[in-house]
Design a protein around this ligand. Sequence first.
Ligand SMILES: [Zn+2]
Ligand SMILES: [Zn+2]
Length: 179
Amino acid sequence: MHLNPYGEGAVHLAAELANRRPGTAQELEDRCRAAGLVVEGPVLPTDLTRILALLDSWESVVDAADERERAERLNRMLAADAAHPRLTDHTGGWHLHYRDDHQPFAAVLSTLIAVGTAFHLVGRGMHRLGRCAVAECTTVFADTTRTGRRRYCSQRCANRDAVRRHRRAARPASGPALA
Ligand SMILES: [Zn+2]
Ligand SMILES: [Zn+2]
C-alpha cells in the first residue's frame, strides 16, 4: 500500500484494526496484507504490542473534543512515528516514505497510520473521523463519503436508528392522559 494523497487506505486500515483488535502477530500481518500493505520483514509479538498501543492513541485522535485537540494529538503521533520524507524507488516507481529504511514492522505501520490520517484530515476535512451515532455502537469510521456527513458505521446501524426515530415519532406526545 502506498499512501495516496488522501491517505484513504491507511485511515480505513486504522479504523478496521481499532474496531476489531488483532489477537496475534500473525493475524495483524494477515489483515495488513489483505488491506494491500507490502509486509517486508517478520511481524513479531513486540510489533503487535506496539500497534495495540498505537491504536489507543489513534482512537484518542478520533475522540478529540475539537479540531485543535485532534490536531495536537495527531501531531504527537507524527512526532513519534514519522521521519523526514524521502524519495524511494524500492518497488519500481518513485514515491515518498515518511520513515527511515529497514524499520521493524510496527514502525512502518505506525508511520503509515499517522501520516495517512494526517493526509485524510487535511485533505478531506478535520471532522472526518467519528464514532457511529447509534448510542450503544462504538464503532469508529473514517468518513470518505462525497458529502462528508457520515453518521453511522454501517447501513445496519443507520436502519436501526431510523426505525427507532420512527417509533419515537409515532408514540403519542407526553401530556395529560385522555383516558
Ligand atoms: Zn514504499
Ligand atoms: Zn454502528
